[in-house]
Design a protein around this ligand. Structure first.
Ligand SMILES: Nc1ncnc2c1ncn2[C@@H]1O[C@H](COP(=O)(O)OP(=O)(O)O)[C@@H](O)[C@H]1O
Ligand SMILES: [Mg+2]
Length: 234
């Protein structure tokens, strides 16, 4: 089986900044991966290039063995890649349930059933009729997270899902991510909290100035000289 996602020598620059500078990595299906690196190291840009939101300058991205670089974002989404954004994008004046139902999938009844199932998945079913704008920040992030699941993607990219989320909701989120993995989904998440990364990820990729400087189990990564230098050395 080809990797769920394979990136080869991906490059993206903005003016004089090499946001992603020749990154290669591969994700096997049914695993949870971490993507870490200091602010501005290219994590979000990498997500944007994978999902077609940004046009890459060079390199290759293959999803289940099929090239997807150069495709439009909605085509890539339809193929089975879902992602959340670093900045929350819920509709405050729609209910939690409606926020999910905007991602239509077959009939309205089917979308509603799926949306309810997903809210239950993260224990938010009791808040289904609440305006999203009235939910706590953490609850909004959970709504956004499960909205990504409406289309049942096989690869899920999460951009700082835990940031600003309280302990209880964080545990619900982490538990949901593990259950997705147990159902065969592949997950790549950007996360700053090393405790979250250690508890969740089998393999971590480290970016610095757009380059992948390390890759391995989180325990090993934490003691890597280049990684320590990237975080604390300047
Ligand atoms: N749309 C953009 N226009 C110009 N520069 C950008 C843009 N997006 C990102 N950058 C720059 O690319 C680099 C990587 O940014 P980003 O991918 O957001 O990093 P991270 O998510 O790791 O914090 C930074 O120097 C950032 O300023
Ligand atoms: Mg970012």
């Amino acid at each position: 089986m080809p990797p769920a996602l394979e990136i080869e020598n991906l490059r993206k620059h903005f003016g004089g900044v090499s946001a992603v500078d020749g990154v290669s990595l591969a994700l096997e299906s049914g695993r949870i991966y971490g993507l870490i690196g200091p602010n501005g190291s290219g994590k979000t840009t990498l997500f944007n290039c994978i999902t077609g939101v940004e046009r890459r300058d060079a390199g290759r991205v293959a999803f289940n063995g099929e090239r997807i670089d150069g495709l439009k974002p909605w085509v890539i989404a339809q193929k089975g890649i879902g992602r959340t954004f670093q900045v929350i994008r819920v509709f405050p004046e729609l209910s939690a349930l409606e926020n999910l139902m905007v991602v239509t999938r077959g009939s309205r009844a089917a979308a509603r059933a799926r949306a309810l199932e997903l809210l239950t998945f993260v224990r938010l079913e009791g808040l289904r009729d609440e305006y999203a704008g009235n939910l706590s920040y953490g609850q909004q992030k959970l709504v956004e997270f499960v909205r990504v699941l409406m289309r049942d993607p096989s690869l899920i990219l999460l951009d700082e899902p835990a940031a600003g989320v309280n302990r209880t909701l964080l545990n619900d989120l982490l538990d949901a991510v593990r259950r997705l993995r147990d159902r065969g989904k592949t997950i790549l998440l950007v996360e700053h909290d090393m405790k979250v990364v250690m508890g969740l990820c089998e393999t971590v990729f480290v970016l610095d100035h757009g380059e992948k400087i390390a890759e391995g189990p989180p325990g090993v990564i934490q003691t890597d000289e280049r990684v320590i230098e990237a975080y604390f050395g300047r």
